[in-house]
Write a protein that binds this ligand. Structure first.
Ligand code: PLP
Length: 427
């Protein structure tokens, strides 16, 4: 039998850090990652046959659980007709119809291959459409690894202590202004000073890459008004929150209409897909309808579209999001009760099917609070859970995800594991 350790030894010789995406390497939590052999429902199985209840869900896409038969069969049907055409295909049209129907702020959409591509394209459009250069983002928010975004970034960049990456030219970084998330006064001040040069403000409407931090009441509305006042585009990066916190994404959940929206993860059903879309007058400026260039050899790939469409079908089932939110609540309330029983400072956040766990007392509403939480204790808790067959994101700065495949029994088993892991984390 090949072991996880053997595979990691080989991988480290051949791939930077042994992985193809940094946080997977377990570097911040310590130890070595496991290698997944298969996934089904709420669970992963590693190459040694150990089973894990999974709260990472491939970092968000697996909202109906792994290997859902309807998604798998849609892919199998699509594969029989060839893998890629390089011409338009019918599934792209159905996908565009589905997105524009589910997300009213989107009149037109362009499919791409990742969330990173979606956000890079959206800010190019914002700059091209406004003829302005500056972009505003939030400290601890992650929008993929485009140069403009690796400035005070979240996710792996934050986890590894390099929120502003070497390799991003200063000239580029200077065009990205950063703000503290959930601080509207700071945003008003920044726009008063630079408003006439700001092309767009991009935000994760629920921050999910510095752990999970929902917006304060009225915060997104205030940003909407600020952007409108100064002629800047409001871009919601819903790569994570899209089809995750509600069927209509965070914009439906909070009732705020952005000018542009980016998607990824769920929209591809587990295949490499992203998308950006928005108002018709803006999207018409994208090539070949307009002059702002953006393209992709594999964009709108028929197999990827089939997977995404099957998943988007499943999440439209009546009551889907109510049940997902209830299951998530069962988990976070249960964890809170266990931590309280142990006298461990602990708090949780959750919106729909995403959640955050913080080893700190009191409600976490800011990047400063999230980064002040006890990461050493999180790391011990993470390993305690892993040993007991529960896989949480291997970083204190990532949101967790519940899927419709997580049963009440899965949550009960998770809480049982947490009883032991919390005790172990305190020791
Ligand atoms: N935007 C957000 C909010 C994300 O969470 C991510 C990835 O985690 C991205 C963009 C980048 O997406 P991808 O990893 O598909 O390039």
């Amino acid at each position: 039998m090949t072991t996880n350790h053997e595979l990691f030894q080989r991988a480290q010789q051949l791939m930077p850090g042994g992985v193809n995406s940094p946080v997977r390497a377990f570097k911040s939590v310590g130890g070595e990652p496991f290698f997944t052999a298969r996934a089904d429902g709420a669970c992963l199985w590693d190459v040694e046959g150990k089973r894990y209840i999974d709260y990472v869900g491939s970092w968000g896409p697996m909202i109906v659980g792994h290997n859902h038969p309807q998604v798998r069969e849609a892919v199998e049907r699509a594969v029989k007709n060839g893998l890629s055409y390089g011409t338009p295909c019918p599934a792209e049209v159905t996908m565009a119809e589905t997105i524009t129907r589910l997300i009213p702020s989107i009149d037109m959409v362009r499919m791409v291959n990742s969330g990173t591509e979606a956000t890079m394209s959206a800010i190019r459009l914002a700059r091209g459409a406004t003829n302005r250069s500056l972009i505003v983002k939030f400290e601890g928010c992650y929008h993929g690894h485009g140069d403009s975004f690796l400035v005070k970034a979240g996710s792996g960049a934050l986890t590894f202590g390099v929120p502003t990456s070497p390799g991003v030219p200063k000239a580029n970084a200077d065009l990205t202004l950063t703000l503290a998330y959930n601080d509207i006064d700071a945003a008003v001040r920044l726009f008063d000073e630079h408003g006439h040069d700001i092309a767009g403000l991009i935000i994760e409407p629920v921050a999910g890459n510095m752990n999970c931090i929902p917006p304060k009441d009225g915060y997104l509305q205030a940003l909407r008004e600020l952007c409108t006042k100064h002629g800047a585009l409001l871009i919601f990066d819903e790569v994570m929150t899209g089809f995750r916190v509600a069927l209509g994404g965070a914009q439906a959940y909070y009732g705020v209409t952005p000018d542009l929206t980016t998607f990824g993860k769920i929209i591809g059903g587990g295949m490499p897909v992203g998308a950006y879309g928005g108002r018709r007058d803006l999207m018409q400026q994208i090539a070949p309808a307009g002059p702002i260039y953006q393209a992709g050899t594999l964009s709108g790939n028929p197999v990827a579209m089939a997977a995404g469409l099957a998943m988007l079908e499943l999440i439209q089932a009546p009551g889907f999001y109510d049940q997902l939110a209830a299951r998530t609540r069962l988990l976070t309330d249960g964890l809170q009760a266990i931590a309280d029983g142990e006298g461990i400072p602990f708090s949780t956040n959750r919106v729909g099917g995403m959640f955050g766990l913080f080893f700190t007392a009191g409600k976490v509403e800011s990047y400063a609070q999230a980064t002040a939480a006890d990461t050493a204790m999180f790391n011990r808790f993470f390993h305690g859970m892993l040993e007991r067959g529960v896989y949480l994101a291997p970083s204190a700065f990532e949101a967790g995800f519940v899927s419709s495949a997580h049963s009440e029994q899965d949550v009960a088993d998770t809480l049982e594991a947490a009883r032991g892991a919390m005790k172990a984390a305190r020791a």
